[in-house]
Every structure is written in structure tokens, then in C-alpha cells.
Design a protein around this ligand. Structure first.
Ligand SMILES: [Zn+2]
Ligand SMILES: [Zn+2]
Length: 463
């Protein structure tokens, strides 16, 4: 598979095979000296990061630079961007030997957190990022113990703390005061010279302190203005501990052992790539054929046409077409039974779909009203864009008047927590419109136009 990458520095698109991109992403994170099994862990981590962007796993590529799977903008798709670096032989080998493997949990690629050294145990996700992620549990890590961290001790003055933390610290007014266990029982003469002082519980004369500490005089005072902050470990402590992974690899453990150790309950399995003839793979779509039997709001039209029956047959037809393109498609009712609005919203929400399409028809006292219209909830940009495409395609195919796309706050639009469009296909009370929905030929035509618009929309929004 060829991947489109947005080269942020040069504002252009570059294309490269997926495994080459994974090699680059791996090379950013590893040192030449790393053990091959650790590098393999990072090859799989890189591939997992990429898999999250693929449509097969519900991703949409880079959200900022559309039409690209990933961008090199610092801080966006990749934390560090994608610098031009030499790819070492060991990286190439690691990527090859882990070909296609990604880390999944519940059949989805995980967010593979890692850090430099945990210092004894990794962390539960809720303590770091505030939310519970099942595969980011605390595990004890003896593997990285005994490694000295560079720069673990840092000194800060009161001014540093004020500036870095944006706080105001009240400084002590009395400059000669006891600091328990350090400076105590200070005795000062009239000139302000230190006569005697206890340091660490031991009594000293002022002159002794002056000599031993190399002070200019015995007229001194002291304040605690510098603090030592000493750290154990390096990083946030979530997920894989790199130093620990290195040690595990040196002791003969494999990348599978390492990944399974730091990510709780995961699977290491093959990545599914998007297929060209299945552009909707990974998409979940809910079709909501309005008005089952007995619904008091069911629209009834000319020649005893009933909304519920028409909508169901159109929805079943759309389902068939979208499934062929790889989507998972669900209906809020399977037969002519009526399903209450709140249950329909509940069904849609529980499936966490990418898109919900409510299909209905319009009715009006005046037979002359005709055409097709659609509604979406404010701020639902996806429904707006997709709705426009569906309306255009349907109106063209059915030679229907396009009555436009409008914002509305109907119950379903409000209650369904994902992109939702209500399509009111033709007027059952208009003789010409009703004729178009009277038989399967017309309904199939409508279904094909709707399905085609959905397929076109998702194909175009991908890389
Ligand atoms: Zn990006
Ligand atoms: Zn560790």
C-alpha cells in the first residue's frame, strides 16, 4: 500500500510504501544501540499508531491535512514530526520481521504509550491522563532498576518556582530562624554577628562556621531559597518502559513478551489494510426507516402508500449496497413493527456508528407540494457535507425538486450522539412523487443514489 504523507516543511505531498513509512516512524524512537527485540517493539508501536489512522479501523487519516494518512507537522500526527534520518539496518530488519503486526485491544489498535524509564512500576492511565484505559495498567518493573538517570536532580530557587509555576510565594520575613534539623538555636550579638549556632544538632561557634564554610564574616543570615527536586524514573510512566524493555530483551525475552508485559490484555495481530473495492471497511452505518406499523405519525399518501413500508424497503436496499462496500450496516427495525423513538435513538447510540440516516417521506394537505429535503443538527459538519451529497444525488436520480438542507432540532437529531441526517424523500401526497415510490424500481433508484453518495463521500475523505 502506498501512503500519502503531508510534508509540512515543504507544504507538499509525498508518497511512500507503508513499510517504508513505518521504518521512518520507528527510526525516530530508537537508538542504534538498542537490542533488536526492543526495536521490533517500536516497529509494532509505529505500525499501531499508523493503523489508528486507517479507515479499516475507523480512522480518517490526518484530521488537519485532509487526503493524507499522516502529516509531519510538529505536534500533530506524530509527536516529533518526521525528520530526515538514515534508517539503520536493524530498523529495516525489525520492520521486516514484524511485518503487518499491530497491537490491538477489543479488535482496535491501542494507543501505544511509552516512556524512557518507569523507575520501578508503570502507571495506571487514570493517574496520568485522567481516564481509565484497560490496557494501561500499573505493572511492576524490576527491569529498569539500578539504572541511574541523568539529570534526575534539579535545583530551583524560589524565583524559579514562581516563574515556572506562575505562583507568588510569601518569603519569610525573619531571616534568622530555625530550620529543624539543619540550623537551630542561633545566638546573635548586638552587632548582628553569629555567636553560636547548632547545625545538624551539633553546636558551632560563629567563627567556626565562618572558617569551615569559607564565609567572609560571622555576620551572616540564611534562608531556604533553593530546592532540590529529585526524580525516580524518566517520563510519565504510562505503557512501555523503554529501559525495562531493553533489559528484558537482553535477558532473552522476545518482543511479544515485552509488549504483553507492559500492555495489559492486548493481542498482537495482523493489520487489516483498506481494500480498494471496499472503501467503507471499518465504517458503521445505521439506517433508521421511520414509522413502523401503528405509528400515529406515519405518513399516508395517495393510493394507500404507507411511509413505514416504503422506508423499510429502501433501507434494506441501501444496506445491501453498503455492505458490499465493506460497511457494517444496522437497521433500527427489521420488519414492519413500530419502534419507539427513544429506542431508535438508543439502538443508534449503542452501535457508535459513523453515520445515521433517518429515512422518511413528507406529507402535506396541499397536493402540489413536492420534492426532497434533509435535516441535520447544528454544528454537525459531517451530516451537512454528506447531506448535501445525498440530496444532490437523489434529486438528480429521481428527478425530484431539491428543497434543500436545513438545520433542525428533531428528537432523533438531538438524541443521537453522532453524525445524523434525516432525509425526507419526496411527498407522498403529491401524485408525481408518490408514483415514484409506488414500486420497487423507484425505491431501488433512490437507494442506489443514497448509497452511491455515501460511498463517494467516504472514499473521497480517505487518503
Ligand atoms: Zn496530522
Ligand atoms: Zn521500568
Amino acid at each position: 500500500m502506498l501512503c500519502n504523507i503531508y510534508d509540512w516543511d515543504n507544504s507538499k505531498t509525498i508518497s511512500m510504501p507503508i513499510e517504508q513509512l513505518i521504518s521512518l516512524m520507528t527510526a525516530i524512537n530508537v537508538k542504534e544501540t538498542f537490542h533488536l527485540e526492543t526495536i521490533k517493539c517500536f516497529a509494532i508501536i509505529a505500525r499501531t499508531q499508523l493503523a489508528r489512522k486507517l479507515s479499516t479501523y475507523g480512522g480518517n487519516g490526518c484530521e488537519k491535512h485532509k487526503g493524507h494518512i499522516i502529516c509531519t507537522e510538529p505536534g500533530h500526527c506524530l509527536e516529533l514530526g518526521l525528520p530526515k534520518i538514515e534508517i539503520g539496518q536493524n530498523v529495516i530488519q525489525a520492520v521486516k520481521e514484524t511485518e503487518n503486526l499491530i497491537i490491538t485491544f477489543d479488535d482496535k489498535p491501542i494507543k501505544p504509550y511509552y516512556h524512557y524509564r518507569c523507575g520501578g512500576s508503570t502507571e495506571n492511565s487514570e493517574n496520568v491522563i485522567g481516564s481509565r484505559i484497560t490496557y494501561l495498567r500499573k505493572v511492576f518493573c524490576d527491569f529498569c532498576k539500578g539504572v541511574e538517570d541523568e539529570g534526575k536532580d534539579k535545583f530551583y530557587t524560589i524565583e524559579d518556582l514562581e516563574r515556572l509555576l506562575n505562583v507568588k510565594i510569601e518569603k519569610p520575613k525573619d531571616v534568622y530562624y530555625n530550620i529543624r534539623g539543619i540550623f537551630e538555636n542561633i545566638e546573635i550579638d548586638e552587632q548582628g554577628r553569629v555567636k553560636s549556632i547548632y547545625v545538624g544538632g551539633k553546636a558551632f561557634k560563629g567563627t567556626e562556621v565562618m572558617e569551615k564554610l569559607g564565609l567572609n564574616s560571622t555576620r551572616f543570615n540564611y534562608m531556604p531559597v533553593k530546592f532540590l527536586i529529585s526524580c525516580i524514573g524518566t517520563g510519565h510512566g504510562l505503557g512501555l518502559c523503554i529501559t525495562g524493555a531493553e533489559e528484558m530483551a537482553k535477558r532473552g525475552m522476545s518482543f511479544r513478551d515485552i509488549l504483553n508485559y507492559y500492555y495489559t490484555g492486548i493481542k498482537i495481530e495482523n493489520m487489516e489494510l483498506p481494500e480498494e473495492d471496499k472503501p467503507l471497511k471499518g465504517k458503521v452505518i445505521v439506517l433508521d426507516p421511520a414509522s413502523g406499523e401503528g405509528d400515529i405519525y406515519e405518513g399516508k399518501g395517495i393510493n394507500n402508500l404507507r411511509e413505514g413500508e416504503i422506508n423499510l424497503s429502501i433501507a434494506l436496499e441501501i444496506k445491501k449496497l453498503l455492505k458490499e462496500k465493506g460497511a457494517k450496516v444496522y437497521l433500527t427495525r427489521q420488519g414492519k413493527e413500530n419502534v419507539h423513538l427513544s429506542d431508535r435513538a438508543h439502538i443508534a447510540n449503542s452501535l457508535r456508528p459513523d453515520f445515521v440516516l433517518i429515512i422518511g417521506q413528507s406529507t402535506f394537505q396541499n397536493q402540489s407540494a413536492s420534492g426532497t429535503e434533509a435535516y441535520y443538527y447544528r454544528e454537525d459538519k459531517d451530516a451537512e457535507k454528506l447531506g448535501k451529497k445525498i440530496l444532490e444525488e437523489v434529486c438528480k436520480s429521481l428527478e425530484s425538486r431539491n428543497r434543500g438542507l436545513r438545520v433542525a432540532d428533531f428528537y432523533m437529531l438531538k438524541e443521537v450522539k453522532c453524525s445524523t441526517l434525516q432525509l425526507n424523500l419526496l411527498y407522498l401526497t403529491n401524485p408525481v412523487d408518490a408514483e415514484k415510490l409506488a414500486d420497487l424500481v423507484g425505491r431501488r433508484k433512490a437507494a442506489e443514489a443514497i448509497a452511491h453518495a455515501i460511498i463517494r463521500y467516504y472514499s473521497e475523505s480517505q487518503n
